[in-house]
Design a protein around this ligand. Structure first.
Ligand code: ZN
Length: 336
């Protein structure tokens, strides 16, 4: 049975913030002689699926018999179904990524059938570790979230099913150096994040485990992303934790580690990569049902390497890209 992608994330966004969502529709101008059908195709939206939505959205701007008026701006439908059918060479619209990045092109099917859960650490009342650079306050949860969104978007491009577990209603992917700290993150399902650490971790793990049952038999992986500062100073490279006895978790971490090592060797020859892999009985690794990797992406207080990895947008994107490459490998390995 082919797997359909689930975008509960979009639904929740729509349900909780109808006004914001309405404003979030991407827009386009009608061209000379263009009808709705060709306008939708031009914007990578399947006319059979989006025709009705388009008419509903633009009722007051349409001409007789739903014709388009040349030069007029029209709102494009956002995919707000619980399930969507992403196909190669099509585009989906996912407001969670923000205005600039909400359109996602489905490039290929390399991750078709794979299910991913992205948890960026902390959020809500807990900003995680806090760093300072050039007078700016840097909150761990914001940087982990930005990289998490970039990763989620990459995975979607390869036709994976992706759940963004910790979520922010209005921070999409951000290209700035310094990401504003806020506290409005919530958890998939519309849950307010509690301050208590165990309650907080339990809440997100419970949501993941509910979905896990639904995808029984599929390749499912959970990635928990952090940007902490409590680790030894020398540990400034990306490092990984898996549950000690999890063979698949160990394999996942090894594959991600290997991929990052190779990428560093390519883009910064001679730099060396000193990441590490270890088994630890951390809450998520212990309680989440999917095979999981807990990833420390950088040290938010390390003034050279750690912070540089975070404030440069290209670096945040590179981390997401390398993790994506590693996950494609892990998925392929799982089929051997
Ligand atoms: Zn953390």
């Amino acid at each position: 049975m082919p797997v359909k992608r689930l975008f509960v994330l979009v639904v929740i966004f729509v349900l909780s913030l109808p006004v914001v969502t309405a404003q979030n529709n991407p827009t386009t101008k009608a061209r000379e002689g263009e009808g709705i059908y060709s306008l939708l195709r031009r914007n990578h939206l399947s006319p059979s699926e989006y025709m009705d939505d388009f008419i509903r959205l633009n009722k007051s701007s349409l001409g007789k018999n739903n014709t388009l008026i040349k030069g007029k701006t029209y709102r494009l439908p956002v995919n707000n179904e619980a399930e969507t059918k992403g196909k190669k060479d099509e585009t989906g619209v996912f407001p969670i990524f923000g205005k600039e990045y909400q359109k996602v092109d489905f490039k290929d099917n390399q991750l078709k059938g794979a299910v991913f859960y992205i948890i960026s650490g902390h959020g809500g009342p807990d900003p995680g570790a806090i760093g300072k650079k050039n007078g700016h306050r840097m909150c761990e949860d914001e940087y982990a979230y930005d990289i998490g969104l970039r990763l989620a978007r990459n995975l979607l491009e390869h036709n994976a099913t992706v759940y963004v577990v910790t979520r922010d209603p209005d921070d999409g992917i951000r290209d700035g150096k310094y990401l504003k700290c806020d506290k409005d993150e919530y958890v998939l399902g519309g849950h307010k994040i509690p301050l208590n650490q165990v309650q907080r971790l339990k809440q997100r793990t419970t949501e993941v485990n509910k979905l896990y049952k639904k995808y029984k038999g599929h390749y499912q992986r959970l990635l928990e992303l952090h940007v902490d500062s409590r680790y030894p100073k020398e540990n400034v490279d990306i490092f990984f934790y898996h549950y000690p006895s999890s063979k698949k978790g160990t394999a996942l971490c090894k594959t991600l580690y290997k991929t990052i090592k190779e990428r560093y060797a390519k883009v910064q020859p001679g730099r060396g990569y000193h990441g590490s892999i270890a088994g630890r009985k951390l809450y998520t690794l212990r309680h989440a049902n999917p095979v999981s990797a807990y990833i420390e992406l950088a040290n938010i207080n390390h003034s050279s390497r750690g912070q540089k990895r975070l404030v440069e947008v290209d670096n945040r994107q590179a981390i997401a890209n390398w993790l994506t490459d590693g996950l494609i490998r892990d998925f392929r390995n799982s089929k051997k």
